[in-house]
Design a protein around this ligand. Structure first.
Ligand code: SAH
Ligand code: MG
Length: 215
């Protein structure tokens, strides 16, 4: 990351209000175990958006240990959250965290590859007014296409990591795998910005969040 951007992100982190104990615990666990949870400054943007939108039904693609699901839940406990995860280790840890830290039984974890569970949810005619995509970066376009079908009229779709440490620009050449993923996300971003059905803004907070609303 470019130094200017880095000091700005550090600054945003410094002025973030202090987190609750459970959040600190999950963030520390993620750091120690290399779990790629969303950055707290991005989470702060999303939770404020949730407080504004007050979604009845939230869909999350990519639970990991449940940090973002629990953060959205605490922002608006009335929301019913469906969150999708395929990794058995993550599923175990997420279940434990959700049992420990949720305020009611409004978080439903579906333990299956999202490429299987998303079409099932479409068949069941489920709809959501807030969708958060934060899973395999190579699949973003597929996830978004499913999300479009799962969305009701007041919908918002967010996608995390759309700036991918700057590798989307094609100007960083020090890491082959990141360059390849960056290229994929760049293709996704351009497709999303041109999408006929959605208006999108990319917010450069944390690793970058695409904010898409139905036209
Ligand atoms: N949203 C979480 C972080 C998710 S990290 C948070 O911020 O707290 C991305 C997660 O997506 C990983 O745990 C990975 O196992 C999961 N994942 C990736 N591809 C997936 C897929 N196709 N279906 C379900 N989960 C997937
Ligand atoms: Mg992410």
């Amino acid at each position: 990351m470019n130094d200017n951007l880095k000091i700005i992100q550090e600054y945003l982190n410094q002025i973030l209000p202090e987190q609750a104990l459970w959040e600190k615990e999950l963030i520390a666990y993620a750091k120690d175990n290399h779990v790629p949870i969303i950055e707290p400054i991005s989470m702060n943007f999303i939770t404020n958006l949730i407080k504004l939108v007050k979604p009845k039904n939230i869909l999350e693609v990519g639970t990991a240990i449940g940090y973002s699901a629990l953060s959205m839940h605490h922002a608006y406990p009335e929301a019913k959250i469906t969150t999708l995860e395929r990794d058995p280790e993550m599923i175990l840890k997420a279940k434990e965290n959700i049992a420990n830290y949720s305020l009611n039984n409004h978080i439903n974890l579906i333990s299956e590859d999202a490429l299987i569970s998303l079409p099932k949810l479409i068949n069941q005619k489920e709809t959501y007014d807030f969708i958060f995509i934060d899973a395999a970066k190579g699949q973003y376009k597929n996830f978004f296409e499913y999300a479009m079908k799962l969305q009701n009229n007041s919908g918002v779709i967010l996608t995390d990591n759309v700036l991918f440490k700057g590798y989307v620009t094609g100007k960083l050449t020090d890491h082959k795998r990141f360059q390849k993923l960056g290229e994929k996300i760049n293709t996704y971003n351009r497709w999303l910005m041109e999408n006929e059905k959605y208006d999108t803004s990319i917010i450069p907070v944390g690793d970058g969040i695409a904010f898409s609303i139905k036209k």
